[in-house]
Design a protein around this ligand. Structure first.
Ligand code: EPU
Length: 436
């Protein structure tokens, strides 16, 4: 397993190009199972989770081809070539445990398979580092549309009864923790091919839901209200492949904004959409970070006098749980006491112990972390535990005194495209130690 070696104390300065969104691309690749004919996707990042999803849809009968990149015209790593996906064979509808256990987003094939093939067998995703992550809401929504479910040897098997079709209805998809992002997408992907109208109430409003709806509409689906808690869908008989560019990755953007703030740096972040981070900008401006936007570029600077803040993670448009760990790394150096409450995944605090190993002063109380700002962090050996916790450790390593070694960076490779190359290009002292 590879690790990162980071020598702290450098100031980030320069341009970074934001990649396409991982969390948009994963369900969008799965949604290609719904279409007849080829779909061409632009901006899909090269990440290990995307490789897993490509492999999965490949096993489910898709031909998947990654084209060569076009010349980038800038200094950073080259852009990705488009991804072509076409269903060639609908015989296999089984998402095996071998793939599902490496990537929970495999659950995204459930809705498309049931809607298009009338049958899906998907291994039940187990727990993961950020807590228990049930899929009951996905199943409840698909059952309302008429699918029948049973479990079989660790798999969920969903079927549309013989001679029938999914049938549109009014359904509520909220859960105890609020709406579900992938659950909304799964049910939306099934309802587009159902007979009649569906009203999905309590839908997630995340930009990734809107992006998937936009893809489906290009394929011929009839959807309105995406981006609000009530999505209306008029079922159609078939969908046809299309061309689509996935939205920029808002979590990568937020991570680099925090990187600039922490290192007292000045970054110019290209090809991004700050409208997707309104709550994050609100908190960061309160901290004292200067964020200016011009067209699709965001300029960030900071004098590194960091005010303490309070923040609670919430469904969109609230502060995203996927940036909670990175904000915590920043607040470790705040001028006083900050409070972070995690409302989406209440156990998502694995980074706390590792940040404390680097000299932070963080105390957990249930779903809340109390962060007493310190004057400096020190380099240490730390362990990546989940994707966003690992990103927080990279941020902390760049500002810590001395050297930080982060083990198990495969977690970062799941979600940050070429992160060490991007950071090195703007002055970070970070290298990957490959395990032979
Ligand atoms: N939930 C249920 N039942 C369900 C589904 C969800 O109780 O059937 C609960 C979850 O346990 C959680 C809350 O609802 O408490 C919200 O979870 P959600 O379903 O929205 O999460 P997800 O769709 O599985 C996506 C992202 C996550 C991100 C969350 C929340 C992808 C591939 N994953 O997961 O991203 O944290 O939404 O915004 O899109 C990451 O990128 O690091 C990551 C974990």
């Amino acid at each position: 397993m590879d690790s990162f070696l980071i020598r702290g104390g450098t100031r980030l300065k320069g341009k970074i190009e934001i990649s396409g969104s991982k969390n948009s691309s994963l369900p969008i690749v799965a949604a290609c199972l719904l279409a007849d004919g080829p779909t061409r996707l632009h901006g899909v990042p090269r990440l290990s989770d995307i490789d897993s999803m490509n492999k999965l849809v490949g096993e489910l009968g898709c031909h998947v081809f990654r084209n060569e990149p076009a010349a980038s015209g800038h200094d950073g790593p080259p852009l990705n070539g488009p991804l072509d996906i076409e269903v060639r064979d609908e015989k296999v509808s089984h998402a095996r445990y071998d793939i599902v256990k490496t990537m929970r987003a495999s659950i995204c094939v459930l809705g498309p398979l049931i809607a298009k093939r009338g049958r899906a067998q998907v291994a039940i995703p187990g727990g993961c580092a950020i807590g228990d992550r049930p899929v009951d809401l996905h199943i409840r929504g698909l059952m309302k549309l008429g699918a029948e479910f049973r479990t079989e040897g660790g798999d969920i098997v969903g079927e549309v009864p013989k001679g029938r079709r999914l049938k549109g209805c009014n359904l509520y998809l909220g859960g105890a923790q609020g709406p579900t992002v992938l659950g909304t997408i799964n049910v939306m992907c099934a309802a587009v091919l159902a007979e009649g109208n569906t009203v999905l109430v309590g839908a997630a409003c995340e930009p990734e839901v809107v992006d998937c709806a936009n893809l489906l509409k290009k394929m011929g689906a009839k959807i309105t209200g995406e981006g609000t808690p009530e999505i209306k869908i008029e079922g159609v008989d078939k969908l046809i492949g299309c061309e689509h560019r996935v939205i920029p990755d808002r979590i990568e953007l937020g991570t680099f904004i925090i990187a600039a703030a922490l290192t007292n740096g000045e970054l110019e972040l290209k090809h991004c959409n700050l409208d997707h981070l309104v709550a994050v900008v609100d908190r960061l401006e309160e901290v004292g970070v200067k964020i200016v936007r011009e067209n699709g570029t965001v300029f960030v600077s900071s004098s590194r006098r960091l005010n303490p803040v309070e923040m609670t993670t919430q469904p969109y448009p609230g502060f995203p749980t996927d940036l909670q760990a990175q904000l915590m790394a920043l607040l470790c150096l705040g001028d006083g006491m900050s409070v972070i409450t995690e409302r989406i995944f209440q156990d998502r605090f694995l980074h706390v112990g590792e940040l404390n190993r680097m000299g932070a002063k963080i105390r957990k109380e249930g779903p809340t972390a109390i962060i007493q700002g310190v004057r400096e962090l020190q380099g240490a050996n730390v362990m990546a535990s989940d994707l966003r916790a690992s990103a927080a450790l990279v941020l902390a390593g760049m500002v810590a005194r001395g050297t930080t070694k982060i083990d198990r960076v495969y977690h970062i490779d799941r979600g940050y495209e070429k992160i060490e190359q991007k950071l090195r290009a703007v002055g970070a002292d970070i290298e990957r130690i490959e395990e032979k």
